[in-house]
Design a protein around this ligand. Structure first.
Ligand code: FE2
Length: 276
């Protein structure tokens, strides 16, 4: 995979260009970050404490997901594109179309487990690992987390419709499945007995975000019809990947630095026995 600049040099159709951008995002440092690789094989100093740490920080980003989505929707000029994203927004609120429920069943996921707003599914996971979501939001996120969330939200709100679609679609929904599959492997190592209902946030997104990404990719294709809009799309993708990657860099450095000094204090972890 070459640089993102090279993709712009090829005189490709809108769909071929969007496909090449998606391939770039899927093979990017952000989507294949060493921290995710280490989680997948259990190569973390204290895997339970550090997955809890990472996903508690991630919750500061994740619980605002509908803000990013509705910002991108609001900026779309074509009514057809806005209405296409209504389904994504409904899914975020816990609605499941019969076809989506069937897709979940096909992937071994009980649709009943998934019928709740996605932030609530994330909170269910956090509680299952002994973290306290309400307390997480009361304390300040790490600088790197705040910077990522702030920059990403700003990109979705003020980056313009083309950059927003690139950031949220190709560089986020389009890479979620590969990232979450690695996180799920780490969860299975750290909490092998976790009930499927408790980890459904990750199972679900490893399936439905492929569909969400598909909707956003179609919108991206409809926008990428000039050299200028192709460039804008690439900028949105690049920005979103770089800021996500910087967040993972800092989280990994923090995990390793803490391990070098002392085991991570259980700031977000409930008292012993709370998982029983
Ligand atoms: Fe979601």
């Amino acid at each position: 995979m070459g640089t993102i600049e090279r993709l712009l040099e090829v005189d490709s159709s809108p769909s071929a260009f969007v496909e090449s951008l998606q391939e770039y995002a899927l093979t990017s440092h952000a989507a294949n970050h060493p921290l995710l690789e280490r989680i997948a094989v259990g190569d973390l100093p204290d895997i339970k404490a550090n997955i809890t740490f990472l996903l508690s920080e991630y919750y500061h980003y994740s619980h605002q997901f509908t803000r990013y989505l509705t910002a991108v929707m609001a900026n779309l000029e074509a009514p057809k594109s806005r209405s296409a994203l209504v389904q994504n927004a409904a899914d975020e609120s816990g609605y499941l179309q019969p076809s989506e429920a069937a897709e979940l069943v096909k992937n071994g996921i009980d649709p009943e487990h998934a019928k709740a707003p996605h932030p609530e599914l994330f909170r269910r996971f956090l509680r299952a690992i002994g973290a306290k979501p309400e307390e997480i939001l009361k304390r300040k996120p790490f600088v790197a987390t705040f910077a990522w969330v702030d920059a990403f939200r700003g990109l979705c709100m003020h980056g313009g419709e083309v950059q927003g679609v690139g950031a949220l679609g190709i560089a986020t929904e389009g890479i979620v499945a590969v990232m979450y599959r690695r996180i799920l492997r780490g969860i299975a190592i750290a909490w092998p007995d976790m009930a499927p209902r408790d980890r459904v946030f990750f199972d679900l997104h490893a399936v439905v975000d492929d569909e969400h990404a598909h909707t956003l990719r179609d919108i991206a294709i409809s926008l990428a019809d000039t050299p200028e809009t192709k460039r804008e799309l690439a900028v949105g993708v690049y920005r979103a990947l770089v800021i996500r990657s910087a967040f993972f860099d800092e989280m990994m450095a923090e995990i390793d630095a803490s391990a070098a000094i002392t085991p991570r204090p259980a700031i977000n972890v409930a008292a012993q026995g709370a998982l029983a």
